[in-house]
Design a protein around this ligand. Structure first.
Ligand code: PAF
Length: 293
């Protein structure tokens, strides 16, 4: 594979973009690429003639006490990974390039479904995400854009934004890639100690237990109870603190859970958080489909 063109500025991106003849798929990332991103990039390659990957750690979506400064930055390795996957262009702007006038005054409002779950725990998070996604869509003008189901609420809101604001792009959701033991792949997994990595299985185990309970004929209450029990069992046995933020059953569109039919279990937790010592934990999220009989 040949090396991707690296565009650092919008002018370089525009030049690289005009040289791409045919359909374009964009995969937006904050770098620290891993196997989960490979799956997104491969999905883009299968669908579009050219693949453009954006790498930008977006300050707008980090709260004051979050991990913006320590978020992993692995640019050389990311580019090598993109090359091995046949990516055509990597757009990696600086913060000044993306926000030349400073933090933007006009931001995309994610609406009510942006205020729940991640939006409730991380105020302003989805305003920051949708604003940068909108800017990156305007700059790259793709035919398709690929988002992982792991960030389920983000995917739902990007779809909603594209539909509500007539953004001419097809938003493609890609199933979550997991380690063999079930842990969803995430750039933040690299923060975990071996004990934290084990403790983090509380998330995927709870989803599996909930899906199994639903498949066995349990209704919404039994499904959520089974998921909660599996979470607590793993968390209690863990050598690192595990703090549940939320574990909820919703409709696939994040509305109220139905009594029957497709639904979604969604979970978020901090691993290794030690509030007494003031050490922030690693925040992980996960989700999975359930089918209520
Ligand atoms: O999912 C992410 O990595 C980020 O939220 C995204 C979509 C690249 C926007 O910064």
């Amino acid at each position: 594979m040949s090396a991707p063109v690296i565009a650092r500025t919008r002018a370089e991106l525009a030049v690289a973009r005009t040289k791409l003849d045919g359909s374009i798929g964009v995969v937006m990332t904050m770098g620290a690429l891993h196997e989960g991103h490979d799956v997104l990039i491969r999905a883009a390659r299968a669908r579009a003639e050219h693949v453009l990957v954006t790498i930008f750690v977006n300050p707008l979506q980090f709260g004051p006490n979050e991990d913006f400064d320590r978020y992993p930055r692995t640019f050389e390795a990311d580019v090598a990974r993109c090359e091995s996957l046949g990516v055509d262009v990597v757009f990696a702007p600086s913060v000044d390039e993306m926000y030349p006038g400073g933090a933007p005054q006009v931001r995309v409002n994610p609406g009510v479904r942006g205020e729940i779950l991640e939006g409730a725990s991380r105020p302003g998070f989805f305003h920051g995400v949708l604003t940068v996604v909108m800017k990156l869509l305007q700059l790259t003008r793709p035919d398709f854009t690929f988002f992982g189901e792991k960030d389920y609420q983000q995917l739902a809101l990007v779809r909603q934004m594209a539909s509500d604001l007539e953004v001419p792009v097809e938003v493609v959701g890609v199933p979550t890639d997991r380690d063999p033991d079930g842990l969803a792949r995430s750039s933040r997994n690299r923060y975990l100690s071996p004990a934290g990595r084990e403790a983090a299985l509380a998330l995927s185990r709870s989803l599996r237990a909930g899906a199994d309970a639903a498949a066995a004929g349990g209704g919404p209450e039994a499904t959520l109870a089974a998921a909660t029990e599996a979470f607590t069992g793993t968390a209690d046995a863990a050598a690192e603190p595990v703090e549940l933020d939320y574990l909820v059953l919703t409709a696939p569109n994040l509305g109220d859970a139905p009594r029957t039919g497709p639904a979604r279990l969604i979970v978020a937790a901090w691993i290794g958080r030690d509030t007494a010592a003031g050490v922030p934990g690693t925040r992980l999220i996960d989700n999975g489909p359930v089918s209520l009989a």
